[in-house]
Design a protein around this ligand. Structure first.
Ligand SMILES: [Zn+2]
Length: 252
């Protein structure tokens, strides 16, 4: 299986988002209040060339993110996007020889704006996401958590992921994305309450496409939670699960 990491522009966030500082509400306010920006960071979408058809994991950023709601403190004070139209996931996949109709399935790790930004490029695909994550995007509460469902394509009607009580490494539940169960969703709650990751069985190694479960290898290894996770303890448990998976099998 070939896996392409497609960089869809860059994002700049605060240091206090990459690694949370303090506890409770203060940890979650620091990404807004802190003056310390991190360096520009790549925003990735992933395309898995699978015998059943291409599977895209997350759709990356899009040019519409260069303009964000003015009333919103996080969007105005804590995040900047740098992306041009040809850097969106659709044009880049076409350069790789992958057209929209070649993409059988799109899996969304979560519905933050830099993960669902490129949805418009996939009108012909089955799109799957966690049902609680979808529900959480609604209204002002959804916007405050970093979701902008009004920017989804009109046709967007994701299929809820069908979790099964099937163990996958340290994860108690999983959902096979392919018939061969060589691409599997696993729950990695933390960064959002229903965040998921995708395990790809590639020969004798695993590739874990972990969305925003952690921004950096270093913070994951230390179990350092980011500045936006709603439940720090849950995020910490997920980082431990990921480390346990890596300890069980060679994992990229
Ligand atoms: Zn996110």
């Amino acid at each position: 299986m070939r896996i392409h990491a497609v960089q869809t522009g860059r994002v700049r966030i605060k240091q206090a988002q990459i690694e949370g500082r303090g506890h409770g509400l203060l940890r979650q306010l620091r990404p807004i209040l802190s003056p310390d920006w991190a360096d520009w960071t790549p925003v990735y979408a992933f395309a898995i060339e699978h015998p059943d058809g291409v599977i895209v994991v997350d759709t990356g950023a899009a040019t519409h993110l260069k303009s964000l709601p003015r009333w919103h403190p996080y969007f105005q004070l804590s995040v900047r996007f740098d992306i041009e139209p040809e850097q969106e996931v659709g044009p880049q996949l076409r350069t790789l020889g992958i057209g929209a109709r070649d993409v059988k399935t799109v899996v969304l790790t979560h519905l933050h704006i830099d993960h669902d930004g490129g949805l418009a490029h996939f009108p012909f695909s089955r799109i799957v996401a966690d049902k609680d994550e979808i529900a959480r995007t609604a209204g002002i509460a959804g916007a405050m958590q970093g979701y902008l469902p009004k920017r989804w394509p009109r046709w967007f009607d994701p299929e809820p992921i069908a979790w099964q009580p099937t163990q996958c490494g340290p994860f108690a539940r999983s959902a096979a994305i392919t018939d061969a169960a060589d691409v599997i969703a696993v729950p990695t709650p933390g960064h959002t309450a229903s965040h998921l990751s995708v395990v790809v069985r590639d020969g004798d190694r695993l590739v874990l496409l972990a969305g925003d479960a952690s921004y950096l290898e270093a913070t994951m290894l230390r179990g350092a939670v980011d500045g936006v996770s709603p439940d720090a303890a849950q995020a910490c448990r997920t980082l431990a699960d990921i480390r346990a998976l890596c300890a069980q099998q060679p994992t990229v």
